[in-house]
Design a protein around this ligand. Structure first.
Ligand code: S3P
Length: 428
């Protein structure tokens, strides 16, 4: 288990083209290629633990995968039963989407993950999938992994989800593609929509009308994917916050997905006063381009809408709250409690340890801007907590323990960070 110590940063001006490729899109590339008639070609696939686990699972399910270091080619002639236990590692996206994909496949499958993932709720997908005839089970009556799946025929459904979750929506869309009739899925707020965009781009009959998605079952295999995965805005956001809290600094983030469901945190930072501009340079499946973030004094804001668009970025945004003038408030964010860690308590306790006044409630917290102080923070195995408090260290110096989890999403984080500050590693 590694720990790091970072020192205070001085002014920087940085152009970054190597932000890690998007995690959500990379998972989907690996999985959706199994639904295609022909070879999918993927460049800039995220080579991080979470997404490499999905790629390994796809191989275990019988796909042929070749990788020349630049392009990953995936072809499949149908999902095959595996003699292996399918290990999703730390990834909730991996486990929940595979539940949807495998529910209708011919055979028996077992999905598991690391100690953190085995504590996270799976009923949000196993329950609606069971309702349409899927045979899934796990500990606590199907809520906890390992999850076993016996593929079966699925009934058409009209499902109204109480949770705005792209993972739940995607699992149900994948199930709908093999159901016995037209299905609808309605969510309370729009969650990230890569699944709909990518599957439509592959030829699936999917219509989106506001919060309602209508899916017709596949009558034939889909067209293969030809995609360059854009950079991940959730990873890019750590460097956006770094620039926004370091006087006279700026960062130019290249080739990021500008999908509106993914850049809400940049909009929040803009509302706080940061100087941010966007430039669309490409549009394949979704808009892609550059984001330029410049320092400006920050003021407090309230965040209460479209929480699913901010769910991965709230820890880093909270570091900006700690540097802003006034009290920032986060509401309606109970979903944060079931992420890689309970992100309400890990953010609140971490900020408190850094000398910031914070208040915790069931569905959120408030942060009074102040002077961040150096501390020793435990990541609780959550990559986004680790990276957020390392960025806080740019203000005041910081030690963060258990940072290996950063490899789940952003393996070159430290390489980029070293361009703006000194990083010392210690291994325990
Ligand atoms: C993801 C959806 C989000 C997000 C996760 C990736 C996805 O989870 O937190 O990191 O790829 O669908 P929920 O939509 O379930 O909150």
């Amino acid at each position: 288990m590694s720990s790091v110590k970072v020192t205070r940063a001085s002014i920087f001006s940085l152009k970054i083209s190597e932000i890690a490729p998007d995690k959500s899109i990379s998972h989907r590339c690996a999985m959706f290629a199994m639904l295609a008639d022909g070879t999918s070609e993927i460049t800039n696939f995220l080579r991080a633990e979470d997404t490499l686990n999905s790629l390994e699972i796809v191989k275990n399910l019988g796909a042929t995968v070749s990788d020349n270091g630049v392009t990953i080619k995936i072809s499949s002639d149908g999902i095959k039963e595996s003699s292996e236990i399918l290990d999703c590692g730390n990834s909730g996206t991996g486990m929940r989407l595979f539940c949807g994909l495998l529910s209708s496949a011919n055979g028996h499958f077992v999905l598991t993950g690391d100690k953190y993932l085995r504590r996270r709720p799976m009923k949000r997908v196993t329950s609606p999938l069971r309702d349409i005839g899927a045979k899934l089970d796990g500990r606590d009556n199907g809520d906890l992994a390992p999850i076993s799946i016996r593929g079966s025929s699925l009934k058409a459904f009209n499902y109204e989800s109480k949770i705005a979750s792209a993972q739940v929506k995607s699992a149900m869309i994948l199930a709908a593609l093999r159901a016995d009739g037209t299905c609808t899925f309605t969510e309370p707020e729009l969650s990230r929509d890569h699944t709909e965009r990518m599957l439509k781009g592959m030829g699936a009959d999917i219509k989106v009308d506001g919060l309602k998605t209508t899916i017709k079952p596949m009558t034939k295999l889909l067209s293969p994917l030809k995609i360059r995965v854009p950079s991940d805005p959730s990873s890019a956001f750590f460097f956006a916050v770094a620039a926004a809290i370091t006087p006279d600094s700026d960062v130019f983030l290249e080739g990021v997905t500008l999908n509106p469901t993914r850049i809400e945190a940049f909009k929040a930072l803009e509302r706080m006063g940061a100087d941010i501009s966007y430039e669309i340079t490409d549009n394949k499946y979704e808009p892609i381009g550059n984001i330029h973030v410049k320092y400006a004094p920050l003021k407090a804001i309230t965040v209460e809408d479209n929480i699913s668009w901010l769910i991965d970025e709230l820890p880093a945004l909270s570091i900006a709250f700690a540097c802003a003038d006034g009290v920032s408030v986060v509401k309606n964010a109970e979903e944060l409690r079931v992420k890689e860690s309970d992100r309400i308590s890990t953010v609140v306790n971490g900020l408190r340890d850094c000398g910031i006044e914070v208040d915790e409630v069931k569905d959120g917290y408030s942060v009074k801007g102040g002077k961040l102080q150096a501390s020793v923070i435990d990541s609780h195995g959550d990559h986004r907590i680790a990276m957020s408090f390392i960025i806080a260290g740019l203000k005041c110096g910081m030690s963060v323990s258990d940072v290996d989890c950063i490899n789940t999403s952003f393996p070159n984080f430290f390489e980029l960070l070293q361009k703006i500050t000194k990083v010392e590693f210690t291994s325990l």
